[in-house]
Design a protein around this ligand. Structure first.
Ligand code: COA
Length: 273
């Protein structure tokens, strides 16, 4: 039986010591990047891995509240999902100052985390990615290589429903400060999300270059095309009342596709690595 089959067999009737052993091996497989909450097929389509997400939910179900403390701090959380400890051989930089990586998250070598930042269970963060201060990488989020997650960017977690794809940010994307990516938003390679843009399944993305409107359809998440430069925008709200009061609703606008000028602005941090 592989680890996903083993964790699928854990039930409320399982003996707790046995369940804890399976959970430990399952979380270790996530932490090594061997199993992932979502994966990309050869056509570039992402699929949620239900068995992994169900396994993570099992960790919560089996977990019991326990006190966790060191010399300075004390916390109370599920005993199955404590914070991870890193050592220098993992070649991840976790700058001191209050960041936490929960068990079951994978950080590749050469990831840098500026404090305070949080990476939740099931997240996958690939090499050379920068997670800046006050950023959140939510549960199961999949982050590519050389991504810049700027200060206060919030990458929402998607644990349930288990079939839902998490938020995905592909290689070389730039996620600006104070952005919010939620409900399975998919950011394709090298896209740039300007400071302050918030994207959910209900967001409307206007593409000024190709004169098209991008929305999430049926079960698919909102998809930001490769190289798109997305800035915050607004559109008139519908109806007479809205018109009378000059009301606008938030939207997002692709103003251009990435060029050398964007590259220059989006590579701020290379000297800091
Ligand atoms: C997106 C960004 C990189 C600019 O990209 P760029 O390729 O240099 O964009 P340009 O300056 O060529 O602008 C193209 C158009 O978009 C508009 N635009 C650019 N950024 C915008 C923004 N953030 N909000 C609204 N409009 C914006 C410009 O006014 C311009 O419009 P125009 O053609 O009508 O004049 C920049 O706005 C941004 O968000 N940087 C990230 C800042 C940040 O979060 N840093 C975090 C460090 S921790």
């Amino acid at each position: 039986m592989n680890i996903l089959e083993e964790i699928a067999h854990i039930s409320p009737n399982s003996e707790r010591e046995h369940a804890l052993g399976v959970i430990d091996r399952f979380l270790s497989a996530l932490e090594r990047g061997e199993v992932r909450s979502a994966s990309c097929d050869e056509n570039g389509n992402w699929h949620a891995n239900r068995a992994v997400k169900e396994g993570i939910l099992t960790c919560f179900r089996v977990g019991q509240l326990t006190e966790m403390q060191d010399a300075l701090w004390s916390f109370v959380d599920k005993d199955t999902l404590p914070a991870q400890h890193f050592n220098a051989t993992q070649r991840v930089r976790i700058v001191p100052g209050g960041s936490s990586v929960r068990r079951g998250a994978y950080l590749a070598p050469q990831v840098t985390m500026m404090p305070p930042a949080y990476v939740n269970v099931g997240a996958y963060v690939d090499s050379e990615t920068m997670i800046d201060s006050h950023a959140l990488v939510g549960s199961c989020a999949q982050i590519g290589k050389r991504v810049h997650i700027s200060a206060a960017a919030q990458i929402g977690g998607v644990l349930e429903p288990v079939g839902a794809t998490p938020v995905i940010v592909e290689d070389d994307a730039f996620i600006g400060g104070n952005t919010g990516l939620y409900e399975g938003t998919l950011v394709r390679k090298r896209a740039v999300i300007a400071a302050g843009v918030v994207l959910t399944r209900s967001s409307i993305l206007y593409d000024l270059v190709n004169e098209r409107i991008i929305r999430s359809e049926n079960d698919a998440p909102l998809e930001v095309p490769a190289n798109a430069v997305v800035v915050p925008g607004s559109r008139p709200a519908r109806g007479e009342f809205a018109q009378k009061n000059g009301l606008m609703l938030q939207c997002a606008v692709i103003v251009k596709y990435r060029d050398e000028r964007t590259d220059a602005k989006a590579s701020l941090e290379s000297a800091l690595r």
